[in-house]
Design a binder for this molecule. Structure first.
Ligand SMILES: Nc1ncnc2c1ncn2[C@@H]1O[C@H](COP(=O)(O)OP(=O)(O)O)[C@@H](O)[C@H]1O
Ligand SMILES: [Mg+2]
Length: 225
C-alpha cells in the first residue's frame, strides 16, 4: 500500500529531517513510528498526506507517486486517508455531529445517508450520546474520539495519527489506542507516531524507530526500545 524509496527531506535550514528512508507498509498493518522529539516522525506523516514533498526519493501510495500528483488531485488523495492530530483540530463553534458531517456533506449524498454515516462513526468511538455537544464541553479524550470519528466517516483504507495521545493522560491514551486498534481490526491500515513508550510496549505491534531522520530499527510485535 505504501512504499518509501530513498526518501530524504530537508527543510530550508538544510538540515536533514529524514535521511534515506526506505519503508514498505502493507494493507491492514498497524504500525507505530517512534523516536525522540525532532526525530522526523511528523515529517514522515506529512509526506504521507502530502503536506510536504520529499527533497528526493519517492513516496508511493496505492501505486501512485504522490509527488507527481497535481495539486488539484490532492483532495482526492486525502479522501483515501483519515488524519488525526495531537491537538484534535475541531471546529470549536460547531457541534460534534457537524464536525464529522462536514467531511461528507460535499459528496452529494442524501442527509439520511450522511446521518447514517456520522452515527456509525460516532458508534465506533462510543460518543453517540455527545453528538449535540460542542468540543468545549468535552474532555480531551472525548475530543480526540470526535477527531477519530471525523477521520473514518469517509471509510478510508488508511488512517494516519500524529501523536494522537500527546495531550492525554494514560487512561485516555489507552482508550484512544484501543479504538485505533479496533479500527485496524476492521481492515484499515493504521500508522501512529508516538513517543509514548507504555502504549507501544502494551500493544506489541510493528515498531519503526526514527533517530535524526533515519530508520534505525523496524521490528514486528516489538517494544519501544
Ligand atoms: N517546517 C519546518 N521548517 C524547518 N525545520 C523543520 C520544519 N519542520 C520540522 N523541522 C525540523 O525537522 C526535524 C524533524 O522534525 P519533526 O518531523 O517535527 O520531528 P518529530 O515529529 O519526531 O518531533 C527537526 O529537526 C525539526 O526542527
Ligand atoms: Mg512531531
Amino acid at each position: 500500500m505504501i512504499q518509501l524509496r530513498s526518501v530524504t527531506k530537508k527543510y530550508k535550514n538544510n538540515k536533514y529531517a529524514l535521511k534515506n528512508v526506505n519503508l514498505d507498509i502493507q494493507p491492514g498493518e498497524f504500525v507505530f513510528v517512534v523516536g525522540k522529539s525532532g526525530a522526523g516522525k511528523s515529517t514522515l506523516m506529512k509526506l504521507l498526506y502530502r503536506e510536504e514533498l520529499p527533497s528526493s526519493g519517492t513516496v508511493i501510495i496505492g501505486g501512485i507517486n504522490i509527488a507527481n500528483l497535481p495539486n488539484d488531485k490532492v483532495p482526492s488523495l486525502r479522501r483515501c486517508m483519515g488524519i488525526v492530530f495531537q491537538d484534535y483540530k475541531l471546529l470549536q463553534n460547531q457541534s460534534v455531529y457537524d464536525n464529522i458531517a462536514y467531511v461528507i456533506r460535499t459528496m452529494g449524498i442524501s442527509s439520511k445517508e450522511i446521518n447514517a454515516r456520522v452515527t456509525g462513526a460516532l458508534k465506533v468511538v462510543g460518543l453517540l450520546d455527545k453528538m449535540k455537544a460542542k468540543p468545549t464541553e468535552l474532555s480531551g479524550g472525548e475530543q480526540q474520539r470526535v477527531s477519530i470519528a471525523r477521520a473514518i466517516v469517509n471509510g478510508p483504507p488508511l488512517l494516519i495519527a500524529d501523536e494522537p495521545t500527546g495531550n492525554l493522560d494514560p487512561k485516555n491514551s489507552l482508550e484512544i489506542m484501543q479504538i485505533l486498534d479496533q479500527i485496524n481490526q476492521k481492515g484499515i491500515t493504521v500508522i501512529i507516531s508516538t513517543h509514548d513508550k507504555s502504549m507501544v510496549d502494551y500493544f506489541r505491534k510493528r515498531v519503526i524507530t526514527l533517530d535524526s531522520g533515519e530508520v534505525i530499527r523496524d521490528v514486528q510485535a516489538g517494544t519501544y526500545a
